[in-house]
Design a protein around this ligand. Structure first.
Ligand code: NAD
Length: 417
């Protein structure tokens, strides 16, 4: 069994490294370590068959010194407070490194959305929104979609909130475009990760045009990322999902894969998309000899058990926390360069911010304007991180945490608490 730290411990290691380098005093460390508020709410539900089930809803708000709390709502049977404490602090550092005027939060419900009917999900989401009413709002805390939720759940959340607090579309982001959602939100995380991947490869003296790439996960993030990397000339040699993957050293037919997996009648897996390639396992994909490896599925996939077998030259963390801190240290030792999740997958929260800005001014931007602003903000954050890593002679992850912690501390010092 793996001896790796839990996600909360891994985040603690990354932030404490920054606390040490910045020589923060114990008081500031305490303020940054602990979440501002942990909420757990009982959500009793009359199911379609008449039976009663009790779910729990969570919202952990980590830090709001730079602006209202911001973070997704996750529907998954195994979530709990501990889970959201780690993820809410990741959001604080992510919004800070992108210099967005937000803090960090995360929450959700301990349910399996696949097991619930549409009606049950709507009732549960609206009940959750009603019970969170006192702590949610456009200037307080702004939820967004995460694992198991999407534009539909955000629309339900908006409706329940509006019924009690008055209509304001800025209360959630990731809404359907018809209800004030932003153009470009769906592709944003994949697009942002592709922008960062190009810069990271360049820094490692590898041209994206012709570079070999392996991507784990072919959902929202992985699929759009594959599309943008392919458009830029990269050779996507392997992709995978929960059921396994496909490999072709000459490069897979990415447009065909994206079309098949994005269709209404998409197959369950890339392995059934009707695209040429040899099948391979997720474990094999992670250890392919490629220029760029992008874990874009779930957390903890590279740990102390397989880190030594990873052959990629650069890793871009499109998923949240795909590397444990032990794996991160082992890869750094071998000179593998890693772009941390708080920078690599921040495209989604950047466009969420742009959606919030559009909602507050009651004005919709064109898709081109959104893409341009996303690109500018991702590049600027990349430059901050790469420059800081050079100055301090540290990894991109250490530099990103230094910047994020420094900005958050500065806001706390200026405002007091
Ligand atoms: P998704 O549910 O659309 O897709 C997930 C993909 O990962 C699917 O292809 C699924 O089959 C695959 N997968 C699941 N379990 C797997 C396993 N054990 N091994 C291999 N593949 C597996 O999710 P998404 O929105 O693409 O998000 C992917 C990751 O990116 C998550 O870690 C998420 O937290 C993170 N993220 C997403 C966004 C966003 O805007 N969607 C933003 C920031 C971070």
């Amino acid at each position: 069994m793996s001896q790796d730290d839990t996600p909360r411990q891994s985040i603690g290691t990354f932030t404490h490294d920054a606390f040490e380098r910045l020589q923060l005093d114990d008081e500031m460390r305490r303020l940054l370590d602990l979440p501002y508020r942990e909420t757990r709410i009982e959500l009793p539900m009359r199911m379609d068959d008449g039976s009663l089930r009790v779910f729990f809803g969570y919202r952990v708000q980590h830090n709001q010194s730079r602006g209202p709390f911001k973070g997704g709502l996750r529907y998954h049977p195994e979530v709990d407070t501990e889970h959201f404490v780690a993820l809410s602090s990741v959001m604080t550092w992510k919004t800070a490194v992108l210099d967005l005027p937000f803090g960090g939060a995360k929450g959700g419900i301990d349910c399996d959305p696949g097991e619930l009917s549409d009606n049950e999900l709507e009732v549960l989401t609206k009940r959750f929104a009603e019970r969170l009413l006192p702590i949610i709002g456009p200037d307080l805390d702004i939820p967004a979609p995460d694992m198991g939720t999407g534009a539909r759940e955000m629309a339900w959340f908006l409706e329940a909130h509006a019924r009690h607090a008055g209509y304001d579309p800025a209360v959630v982001t990731g809404k359907p475009v018809e209800l004030g959602g932003s153009h470009g939100r769906e592709q944003a995380t994949g697009r942002g990760a592709a922008i960062i991947a190009k810069q990271a490869l360049q820094a490692a003296d590898i041209d994206l045009d012709g570079a070999s790439v392996a991507i784990q996960g072919f959902g929202n993030v992985g699929r759009h990322l594959a599309h943008f990397l392919h458009e830029s000339g990269a050779r996507v040699v392997a992709v995978s999902d929960r059921d396994g993957g496909l490999h072709d050293g000459e490069g897979l037919d990415v447009p065909a894969l994206c079309a098949a997996m994005g269709a209404d009648d998409a197959p369950d897996s890339v392995t059934e998309a009707g695209v040429d390639g040899d099948t391979l396992s997720n474990a094999e994909l992670l250890t392919l000899d490629v220029d760029l490896l992008v874990p874009a599925a779930i957390g903890g996939v590279i740990d102390c058990d397989n880190a030594d077998e990873v052959q990629a030259k650069v890793i871009v963390e499109a998923a949240n926390m795909p590397l444990t801190c032990e794996a991160d240290a082992a890869l750094a030792e071998r000179g593998v360069r890693v772009v941390p999740d708080i920078l690599a997958n921040a495209g989604g929260v950047v466009v969420s911010y742009l959606e919030w800005v559009q909602n507050r001014s009651r004005y919709r931007w064109s898709a081109e304007r959104v893409d341009e602003e996303l690109c500018r903000r991702m590049r600027s954050a990349w430059e901050d991180v790469a420059e800081r890593a050079d100055e301090e002679d540290c990894s991109w992850r250490q530099a990103a945490y230094l910047i994020a912690v420094e900005r958050t501390c500065s806001a706390i010092r200026l405002r007091g608490f």
